[in-house]
Write a protein that binds this ligand. Sequence first.
Ligand SMILES: CC(C)(COP(=O)(O)OP(=O)(O)OC[C@H]1O[C@@H](n2cnc3c(N)ncnc32)[C@H](O)[C@@H]1OP(=O)(O)O)[C@@H](O)C(=O)NCCC(=O)NCCS
Length: 168
Amino acid sequence: MTTLAIDIRKAEPRDADAIAAVHHEAWMGAYCGIIPHRALARMINRRGGDWWAGAIRRAASVLVIEIGGTIAGYATIGRNRARQLPQQGEIYELYLKPEYQGVGLGRRLFSAARRKLVGHGLNGMVVWALEENHSAVAFYAGAGGRDVAEGVEVFDQKALKKIAFVWD
Ligand SMILES: CC(C)(COP(=O)(O)OP(=O)(O)OC[C@H]1O[C@@H](n2cnc3c(N)ncnc32)[C@H](O)[C@@H]1OP(=O)(O)O)[C@@H](O)C(=O)NCCC(=O)NCCS
């Protein structure tokens, strides 16, 4: 039996292509049939390896979870963008490749992201999820998030409800 090491660390520019692949597969898996196809394809195509390398170099906080040398998922974190919510931190995105979902890695990455925000001196945290993304909604509710606000995101004229989960 082999034991695979699980490592959660800050992303480096050399991870950019692997993160782009996670982004592509996870977004197709999560949003196909929810976000209109053309809008989804546009969003995915915009975020190739070069885009991610730029984001990592611009000091955006990107974390990756690596299993036995393979990037299985990523999270992006920073200051909360919603002025109406008092929490200071936000997980902007948290995505795993479909084949790595459902085995506890999301929870580990989530906890690491939360610790990192606290380490940056940001108290409290927000995460937004599309209401129709049932697995994400179940995941954040299961992680103790309180749903305190909602908003609307429009993709090619299709309006989708989003929910804000918060942790104090
Ligand atoms: C949502 C996501 C981050 C969860 O990570 P994960 O590794 O699959 O979840 P975990 O295995 O760590 O599960 C943790 C808990 O989340 C809940 N959960 C996760 N997936 C679920 C699902 N599909 N349905 C119901 N509950 C689910 C479970 O309650 C689980 O708790 P348990 O241990 O009591 O069973 C991951 O599945 C993912 O990347 N999904 C696609 C992209 C996405 O939707 N990202 C979030 C965008 S806001």
